[in-house]
Write a protein that binds this ligand. Sequence first.
Ligand code: AMP
Length: 203
Amino acid sequence: MRLVMLGPPGAGKGTQATKIAARLGIPQLSTGDMLREAVASRSTSGLRAKHIMDRGELVPDDVVLSVVTNRIDHSDTVNGFILDGFPRTVMQAEALDQELATRGIKLDAVLEPEVDEDALLDRIRGRAEEAANNGECIRSDDNPEVFKTRLDVYRAQTAPVTKYYRSQGLLNTVDGLQSIDVVTEELAVALAKMSPHQMRSDS
Ligand code: AMP
């Protein structure tokens, strides 16, 4: 299955994408992770992206699109993939449709855990605290100030992507405030309805 995981920052996209990817045996393609790897490798595009990411803004569409199109051509995507954090603009969504069409494939479904804004801020704080307690690196964009920008960017540029996919009949929204496992189960049920033969419901 070829899937997209949408949702504002802190909604649990990454967590849910990991779990759905494992159930389906397909790779999770996180543009945030790919860009952080580019930053860590200190490539020219990575260094350019770092400042934009640290401010909570969006990396230019052409940069992200080229990262994604290269990645979906790897052999591990033969049975599908779940895109996590992409597309984030309607332009990216349209470009993705075109790229998939040139490969003779298309998206099967779009998933969206929905979470209200107060809960999102709490989650971002929790994520930073948990990382600190575990001695892990805290993401430079996981702080309340940058989070506000990320949320503004989401509202202005990414929320319209939801409408784009709703109009294509691909969007499945579930209540993201429930426990992680319940959200996964509801997403799995939504997927099973769209594509009954491809979804296992037992893991
Ligand atoms: P994430 O890990 O998905 O929260 O992404 C972290 C940061 O990477 C975002 O705040 C953006 O700066 C950048 N980023 C990730 N995906 C995209 C995308 N599809 N388009 C533009 N920027 C992105």
